[in-house]
Design a protein around this ligand. Structure first.
Ligand code: ADP
Ligand code: MP5
Ligand code: MG
Length: 506
């Protein structure tokens, strides 16, 4: 069907109110809630009341149709195909256990809107096989577990939601525990809107709640602009070259401000040429004066003066943005990338970042302690970094001894069924410890893993609802990139990882 004759425009799904008679305090409450949600900018309304009799449902439906007359906002009814015409609704939303969409289309004819719930890839596959023109939009969910669908155990999360949205030829909305705080991640995931129940019906001021949702949606970027402030690696595996690849591989638009040029290859770093401070400022000022920045990653800072300068921007124009600080000190080859007297200046940046991502040697230097040898040391050092002022800490265990990761299995870690050696990282956020594990891959090609991980974190944060989900997805992507590293043939030392492993079809 061409867009000109589409029955459902993507923009109509932006803020989709699904009513809940109980949360609204009865049928009168529903009508009043819809009236106020309309004033707040709701773009679509669905009457949902699984417990009402048909008579009650029609009575309420007719009142809502009356409220919506002339507003341009369509009215959809949940489930009850046989009441669409009597209410004068624009269409119906059916779920997997309701009337099949093809049958609903046969009953309602060619003009009605039909929405259809999809909760996984298999259901989307089946939906793609329906005759053209059967349905008009998809409700994708549950995004997270909710009270209105207690039986629905398996929340999608943003990565799976984004995959479903990308594959859908129909406009889509996300449903299931959605709030205005999810608007940015949902819009970046590629869905066309947010379907909400509690976020409007469960509030004292449905108009203000709806306005918050519509404004958050309007404000949110479709594609995040992510900035790396880091050094150059001419061999392309680390530094800004890795950062731009990691941003691109993870769905963000990449930008970079150079702090230093290095002469380096896969075998080592032969020289470092710091960029003059004023020129670092000039680069930053040109970004800030022109481009909306959605997240920042900081890599090689080379000197204390450069670290101080970057700190001014973190406290200034970037103060409200997600910031990942990779306290780069030593390259995989063992060469220094930060002046010996600059550790204090990097330490001073810790409270200005949301997450710092030291490897084991860097954690040790920041804490002035011996390098962690066991997983317990690593967890202890992560806690100490929080005590030392870091807001969030992601300590990378790539340098842990094989024995340490094999024997110290952490119960509850996602891969505790994996049999071989693990690559284990520890994340501490808001006082909570999260152990992230992945299979350890036997390869020499790990040049730039740290740069790439911190960049994936910065790229994904605007597309995810929190740092924990961000970290899990970033690590999963990184593991794939390390696993595919040997397909590249770059240099005779520690070669780069394959940033585009999931995109290049070989
Ligand atoms: N051989 C490997 N197999 C799987 N994951 C690895 C491997 N080496 C490192 N990692 C992971 O890569 C990330 C970067 O870790 P690390 O090598 O410690 O940092 P850096 O590159 O800064 O030295 C971490 O998530 C770590 O667990
Ligand atoms: C310019 C530059 N920045 C950072 C690194 C660290 O690399 P890794 O990601 O392996 O820690 C590097 N080798 N070169
Ligand atoms: Mg590193």
């Amino acid at each position: 069907m061409s867009t000109a004759q589409a029955r459902m425009r993507p923009e109509d799904l932006a803020v989709y109110l699904v009513t809940d008679t109980e949360q609204c305090g009865g049928p009168g409450g529903v009508v009043e809630t819809v009236r106020r949600a309309l004033a707040g900018g709701a773009t679509l309304v669905q009457l949902r009341d699984p417990h009402a009799s048909d008579e009650e449902f029609v009575r309420l439906g007719l009142e809502l149709a009356d409220v919506l007359t002339g507003s341009g906002v369509p009215l959809i009814v949940d489930d009850r195909v046989h009441l669409v015409d009597e209410i004068g609704a624009d269409g119906v939303h059916v779920g997997q256990s309701d009337m099949p969409p093809a049958q609903a289309r046969a009953v309602l004819g060619p003009d009605a809107v039909i929405g259809w719930s999809v909760t996984n890839e298999a259901e989307l596959d089946a939906t793609l096989a329906l005759p053209e023109g059967t349905i008009d939009y998809l409700g994708l969910g549950p995004m997270r577990a909710t009270a209105s669908k207690p039986g629905h155990a398996d929340p999608l999360g943003m990565a799976r939601l984004a995959r479903l949205a990308r594959r859908s030829p129909w406009p889509t909305c996300a449903i299931g525990g959605v709030t205005s705080r999810d608007a940015a991640a949902l819009k970046a995931s590629g869905v066309d809107g947010m379907a909400v129940i509690s976020a409007i019906c469960g509030t004292d001021d449905p108009e203000a709640a709806t306005r918050e949702l519509t404004e958050a949606w309007a404000r949110a970027p479709r594609i995040a602009n992510v900035l790396s402030i880091a050094g150059s690696d001419p061999s392309g595996g680390a530094g800004i070259q890795a950062d731009l690849k990691a941003f691109s591989a993870n769905g963000a638009y990449g930008m970079c401000v150079l702090t230093a040029l290095t002469a380096q290859n896969t075998r080592g770093v032969s020289d470092v040429h710091p960029v003059p401070l004023d020129f670092v400022r000039a680069q930053l000022d040109d970004i800030v004066s022109d481009v909306r920045v959605d997240a920042v990653k900081i890599g090689m800072l080379a000197s204390a003066a450069l670290a101080d300068t970057v700190g001014e921007y973190l406290a200034g124009p970037f103060a409200d943005l997600p910031v990942v600080l990779d306290p780069v000190m030593v390259a995989t080859s063992g060469d220094r990338l930060l002046d010996a007297d600059a550790t204090g200046a990097v330490r001073a940046l810790m409270p200005l970042a949301d997450v710092i991502t030291p490897n084991l040697p860097e954690a040790a230097v920041l804490l002035d302690l011996p390098e962690a040898r066991t997983l317990d040391d690593l967890r202890d050092q992560a806690r100490r970094l929080v005590a030392a002022g870091a807001r969030g800490v992601y300590v990378k265990g790539g340098h842990l001894d094989a024995g340490a990761t094999r024997t110290e299995r952490v119960s509850g870690a996602p891969d505790d069924t994996h049999e071989g050696r693990l690559a284990t990282d520890v994340l501490i956020l808001d006082g909570q410890e999260h152990v992230l594990t992945a299979p350890f891959i036997e390869t020499r090609n790990t040049h730039g893993t740290g740069c790439s991980l911190s960049s994936a974190l910065a790229a994904l944060r605007p597309q995810r609802t929190d740092w924990v989900e961000t970290a899990r997805d970033a690590k999963a992507w990184l593991t794939g990139a390390i696993a595919a590293a040997d397909t590249l043939q770059v240099g005779g030392g520690h070669g780069p990882i394959h940033h585009f492993h999931a995109l290049w079809d070989r």
